[in-house]
Design a protein around this ligand. Structure first.
Ligand SMILES: NC(=O)C1=CN([C@@H]2O[C@H](COP(=O)(O)OP(=O)(O)OC[C@H]3O[C@@H](n4cnc5c(N)ncnc54)[C@H](O)[C@@H]3O)[C@@H](O)[C@H]2O)C=CC1
Ligand SMILES: CC(=O)C(=O)O
Ligand SMILES: [Mg+2]
Length: 523
C-alpha cells in the first residue's frame, strides 16, 4: 500500500487492491499537496516532525517529495532544531522502530544482529551513542533520532538513494540518571563503561559492519567529545569512516570563514581566531583551519599560533595541566583567565567561534570588546539547538553596530536594525555531509581524509553568488540545496579522482555520473 492513492487502476486490479483505496487515482504532486495541507494544520513543528516520520515509514517517496519540495522549510523540521525536541522526548513520542538499535551486550554477536537488517546493500551507516546530542549533553537512547535525521538529509539534500542508508543507535549506556529513571526510556539503564571498554565495543561493531556490509562508509555522529576524537583516530586509517561533528563541522565553518574573508577582503593567514569550546567540534575546526592556513603559506606552528581555545576551564594556555592531545598544540603563552571577555582582550580575535553548548556565552561585554579591536568581526555562535547559540544574530549585529558577519548552527530570521536588513547564515554541517556521502558513493575511496572536507568547504563557499555576498550572506541559499550539494559532491569527487584515491574508473563527465546516481522521488 506504499503508493496509496497513486496506484493506477491496472495496478489495483492486478494487486487485488480494488475497493481498498479511494476511487481517485492521484499523482505524487497531488499527494504532496494534501500532505502540505496536513502539515499546515499542525499546531507546531514537533507535531510536524512526528507526522513526517510516520510518513517516512508508510510512504518514503511521498516523504522525500514533501521534504524536497521546500528544503528551506522542512530541513529545520526533520532535523535541527526540531529534532532536539524529538530527542528530549523520544521515549514518550516513540511510535515505531526506525533503523537499528544495537547495545553493548550484543558485542559478541553484532554480525548476527546486523544481518537482521532486511537490506543487504548498505552503503552508509550513521551511528551515534547519544553521548553528546547537539548541545543537549548525554541523552543516551534518546539520541536515536539523530542518525535517522542525518541520513534523511543525505537523500533530501544530495539525492543519495535512501535504500542504502542505515541509522544505528549503539547503546553503551548513559550517564543521564534522570533518563535512566524515566519509565518510558527506551535504552539501557546502565552507566557507560570506561573508554577501553567503549573502544572494544566499537571495534567489534566496526568489524561486524564491514563484514556484513562490505565497503560500507560509517559516519560517526554526536558521540561524547573524547570518544569522538579517539574513535576517529582509531579508525581513520583502517576503515572508510568519518566523524561529522569533527570533519563536517570543520568544513562548514571553514566555508563560512572563506566567504566572510572574501567579503572583508582579508587573508585567512592574517586572522586571529578564538574558539569558545574546545571539544570535538572546536579542535576539529581549529585543525582544519591550520591545514587551510598552511595552504596559504604559513608553517604549522605559525598557523597554530593564530588560534586560541577557551573551554570550561578557561583560556587554554601553557600552564594548563588538564589538556588532551587535541588541545595541547593550541596551548600558547597566554595569561591564565577563566573570563571570556578577558580572553578576548588578550587575543583580540578577528573571528570568534562558539562551540561550547552554552547559550548566551557571548555576552554584550564579549562582543563589544571584540568589536573594539576588529573592524568587521566574524562571529559564529554554532552551538545547537536554538537556545544553546552563544548569542543571537540580533545581539551580534546590535553590539557591533551592524559590522559583524554572523552565522549560527540553526536558522535565525533576518534582522532589521536602523533601517538596514541583515541575513545571518546557517553554518550547519548539513551543507557538507550529504555531499561527502554522494562523492564517496561515486568514487568509492578506500579512506576519507580531511582534504575532501577542505575541498567541500571551498566548493560551498564558491557557490555563494556575488549578489548574496553583497548582502553579507555567507552560505548558499537553501531552496537550491540539492543543486548546491551535487556541485559540491562533483568537486569533491574530482579531487578524489585527481589524487588517485578512487577505486572506480575515472569518468569523463563526473557531474553527469553524480546526477545519474542521484535519487529523485517518484513511483
Ligand atoms: N553548527 C554545527 O554544524 C555544529 C554545531 N555543534 C555544536 O557545538 C557544540 C559542541 O559540540 P562538541 O565540540 O562536539 O562538544 P564537546 O562536548 O566535545 O565540547 C564542548 C566544549 O565546550 C566547552 N565548554 C563547556 N562549557 C563552557 C563554558 N562555560 N565556557 C567555555 N567553554 C565551555 C567544554 O569544555 C568543551 O571543550 C554543541 O552544542 C553542538 O551542537 C557541533 C557540531 C556541528
Ligand atoms: C549539527 C550537529 O551536528 C550538532 O550540533 O551536533
Ligand atoms: Mg552532530
Amino acid at each position: 500500500m506504499h503508493k496509496g492513492t497513486a496506484f493506477t487502476q491496472e495496478e489495483r486490479a492486478s494487486l487485488g487492491l480494488e475497493g481498498l483505496l479511494p476511487t481517485a487515482v492521484e499523482t505524487l504532486d497531488r499527494q504532496v499537496e494534501r500532505v502540505l495541507g496536513h502539515l499546515g494544520a499542525k499546531p507546531n513543528d514537533i507535531e510536524r516532525f512526528i507526522y513526517l516520520q510516520e510518513l517516512s515509514n508508510s510512504n518514503q517517496t511521498l516523504f522525500y517529495a514533501t521534504v524536497m519540495s521546500d528544503p528551506a522549510r522542512f530541513v529545520p523540521i526533520v532535523y535541527d532544531p526540531t529534532i532536539a525536541e524529538a530527542c528530549l522526548t523520544y521515549g514518550h513520542i516513540y511510535r515505531r522502530p526506525q533503523g537499528m538499535y544495537l547495545n553493548r551486550h550484543m558485542k559478541g554477536r553484532f554480525e548476527e544482529v546486523l544481518r537482521n537488517w532486511p537490506v543487504k546493500e548498505v552503503r552508509f551507516i550513521c551511528v551515534s551513542s547519544g553521548g553528546r546530542i547537539l548541545g543537549l549533553g548525554d541523552i543516551g537512547a534518546n539520541g536515536a533520532p539523530i542518525p535517522i535525521g542525518k541520513l534523511q538529509l543525505y537523500t533530501a539534500c544530495a539525492g543519495v538513494p535512501p535504500e542504502g542508508l542505515l541509522p544505528i543507535h549503539l547503546d553503551i549506556g548513559t550517564t543521564n540518571a534522570a533518563l535512566r529513571a524515566d519509565a518510558l526510556y527506551t535504552g539501557l539503564r546502565e552507566e557507560p563503561p570506561e573508554p577501553d571498554a567503549v573502544d572494544a565495543i566499537v571495534d567489534a561493531f566496526m568489524k561486524a559492519a564491514n563484514a556484513v556490509f562490505p565497503g560500507v562508509c560509517v559516519h560517526f555522529e554526536d558521540w561524547k567529545g573524547d570518544d569522538a576524537i579517539r574513535l576517529l583516530e582509531r579508525y581513520r586509517d583502517r576503515y572508510l569512516v568519518y566523524n561529522d561533528d569533527i570533519q563536517g563541522t570543520a568544513s562548514v565553518a571553514l566555508a563560512g570563514i572563506v566567504t566572510a574573508l572574501q567579503i572583508k577582503g582579508a587573508a585567512l593567514a592574517d586572522q586571529r581566531i578564538l574558539f569558545a569550546g574546545a571539544g570535538s567540534a572546536g579542535t576539529g575546526i581549529a585543525d582544519m583551519i591550520v591545514e587551510a592556513m598552511r595552504g596559504e603559506g604559513l608553517s604549522e606552528g605559525e598557523a597554530r599560533a593564530r588560534i586560541a581555545l577557551f573551554d570550561i576551564g578557561g583560556l587554554i594556555e601553557k600552564g594548563r595541566k588538564d589538556l588532551n592531545a587535541s588541545q595541547k598544540p593550541f596551548a600558547h603563552d597566554w595569561k591564565p583567565t577563566e573570563d571570556l571577555t578577558d580572553a578576548v582582550k588578550q587575543i583580540r580575535p578577528t573571528i570568534l567561534i562558539g562551540v561550547s553548548t552554552v547559550g548566551g556565552l557571548f555576552t554584550e561585554a564579549v562582543v563589544r570588546t571584540m568589536a573594539r579591536t576588529c573592524e568587521r568581526p566574524v562571529i559564529f555562535p554554532l552551538s545547537n539547538p536554538t537556545e544553546k547559540a552563544e548569542c543571537t544574530p540580533e545581539q551580534a549585529y546590535e553590539w557591533t553596530g551592524g559590522k559583524a558577519l554572523v552565522a549560527c548552527g540553526v536558522p535565525f530570521p533576518d534582522v532589521t536594525l536602523d533601517g538596514r536588513t541583515f541575513h545571518p547564515g546557517q553554518a550547519n554541517n548539513f551543507y557538507i555531509f550529504p555531499a561527502i556521502g554522494l562523492a564517496v558513493q561515486a568514487t568509492k575511496p578506500k579512506r576519507i581524509d580531511d582534504a575532501m572536507f577542505i575541498e567541500a568547504a571551498r566548493a560551498t563557499a564558491d557557490q555563494v553568488s556575488q549578489a548574496d555576498r553583497d548582502k553579507g550572506m555567507l552560505f548558499p541559499r537553501q531552496n537550491n540545496i540539492l543543486e548546491t550539494e551535487r556541485t559540491t559532491a562533483t568537486r569533491v569527487a574530482e579531487s578524489i579522482f585527481e589524487r588517485g584515491l578512487a577505486t572506480v574508473k575515472r569518468l569523463t563527465d563526473i557531474r553527469a555520473f553524480i546526477e545519474s546516481l542521484s535519487y529523485t522521488p517518484g513511483y
